[in-house]
Ligand binder design. Structure first.
Ligand code: GDP
Length: 299
């Protein structure tokens, strides 16, 4: 965890540290407040949250205010409040009535879906949970192979179908297999073709319906690439409209100065960020913790 924090700090320091440098100026004049706004917008915090934060900072750090305030402490408190310290970020990985928990992982191709499925399996296995993976991204042979490799690496079974086969039938087979074996959790990788909303809705809707003939879906994780900014947000909205997303996985935070997307996407979808991807390695997935995240931002 310490290592992950360091990585986040290394990549993310820019935006938090930049803000702090601006707020620590002797005179907080209009130019400075404009620079603060620019810094927040560039980091993808979003227009409304940026305005709210700047208003609160202006009030609390007003020149000649009642008491001298430590800008670092004020910024820290306000950033934590913005990120939502009280949202329920627990993953629903357990099922009820003897069924496994079923985690459906959705998102646009290339965002890091398959990698996230592999890393999540690894975390669960490390917690002594039994896991089955479903390779329902049948449209890309490479995705199925990639998941199979993760399965071998982590030591979990991967249920796969014929190439170009029906994703829903693979998802069904995976959940039935997990159900029969009595495992704790089945994680299903899905196809992320954004052909059109109706097509996506048909496909994901069918995957979910078919799975639920065996066991309820307990968690729907939407994977979002932090480096894609506003474009990624638009795509995220489309997914959220077709399936009930219960958590967000924000990947590639390591390579991005745009950590503010955490705030923007939670506002946009009304769903908490539950996990963050901090690299390509097997251990580079971590639960999202608002306070640790803000501390890392501030360096
Ligand atoms: P999918 O098409 O959504 O299943 O995406 P993949 O899982 O194949 O990932 C696409 C690329 O992003 C791969 O090269 C991954 O190694 C890389 N990737 C995934 N997550 C992260 C992350 O958190 N950080 C970085 N730097 N790369 C990542």
């Amino acid at each position: 965890l310490v290592r992950l924090r360091q990585r986040l700090a290394g990549a993310q320091g820019g935006f938090g540290r930049g803000l702090l440098a601006l707020l620590s100026r002797e005179r907080l004049d209009e130019d400075t407040w404009e620079s603060i706004e620019d810094t927040l917008l560039t980091a993808d915090v979003g227009v409304a949250p940026t305005q709210e934060l700047v208003d609160r900072l202006r009030t609390r750090l007003r020149v000649g205010g009642a008491e001298a305030q430590d800008p670092r402490e004020v910024l820290r408190e306000e950033l934590v409040a913005l990120v939502g310290p009280d949202l329920d970020r627990r993953l629903q990985i357990s099922g009820a009535d003897g069924h496994p928990g079923v985690v459906l992982v959705v998102g646009v191709n290339g965002t890091g879906k398959t990698t996230t499925v592999g890393k999540l399996a690894r975390i669960l296995v490390a917690e002594d949970k039994s896991v089955v993976l479903g390779a329902a991204d049948t449209f890309r042979a490479a995705a199925v192979e990639q998941l199979a490799t993760w399965g071998e690496r982590v030591g979990v079974e991967v249920v796969r179908g014929a190439e170009g086969g029906d994703p829903a039938s693979v998802a069904f087979d995976a959940v039935r297999e997990g159900d029969e074996r009595g495992v704790d959790t089945v994680i299903v990788d899905t196809a992320g073709r954004l052909q059109n909303k109706a097509g996506l809705m048909d496909e994901l809707g069918k995957v979910k319906r078919v799975i639920e003939k065996v066991a309820p879906v307990t968690e729907v994780l939407l994977v979002l690439d932090a480096t894609t900014g506003q474009n990624g947000l638009i795509q995220a909205r489309v997914f959220a409209e077709v399936v009930d997303v219960t958590g967000i996985v924000l990947t590639k935070l390591d390579g991005s100065a745009k950590g503010g997307i955490v705030v923007a996407v939670q506002r946009e979808l009304g769903v908490p960020v539950k996990l963050v991807g901090l690299g390509e390695g097997p251990d580079d997935l971590a639960p999202f913790e608002p306070r640790a995240f803000v501390d890392a931002l501030l360096g």
